[in-house]
Design a protein. Structure first.
Length: 94
C-alpha cells in the first residue's frame, strides 16, 4: 500500500531540507491537534514509500522514527494509529 501515486515523487528533494523534515516529525509527535498529526503521518508515509535511499535518509535525519511511530500507537486518534500501523511501518519495512 503506497500513499503517493507519482512514479518518482520528489522525496529526495524534501529530505535535503533537514529543518523541514524535523518540523514534520515534531508535528507528528504533537498530539494536541490529531488532524495535523494525521497529516504529518501521511507525509512521513510518503517518505517511507520512497526509494531505499529515501528511507535510509529518513532514518539518518531521525534515527528514532520507529520509536516515535511505536509511541503513537497509544494515540487517542484512530486515524493516527491507522496511519502509523498500516502505512508508515509497512512502507518503511517494504
Amino acid at each position: 500500500m503506497f500513499c503517493y501515486a507519482e512514479v518518482h515523487p520528489p522525496i529526495s528533494l524534501f529530505l535535503q531540507q533537514p529543518k523541514a523534515f524535523k518540523r514534520i516529525v515534531s508535528l507528528f509527535q504533537d498530539d494536541s491537534n490529531p488532524k495535523l498529526q494525521f497529516e504529518a503521518a501521511w507525509l512521513i508515509c510518503n517518505i517511507a514509500s520512497g526509494s531505499d535511499q529515501d528511507v535510509t535518509n529518513m532514518f539518518r535525519l531521525e534515527p528514532n522514527i520507529c520509536a516515535i511511530c511505536c509511541s503513537l500507537l497509544d494515540s487517542d486518534s484512530i486515524l493516527v494509529v491507522e496511519q502509523v500501523c498500516i502505512i508508515v511501518v509497512q512502507n518503511s519495512m517494504w
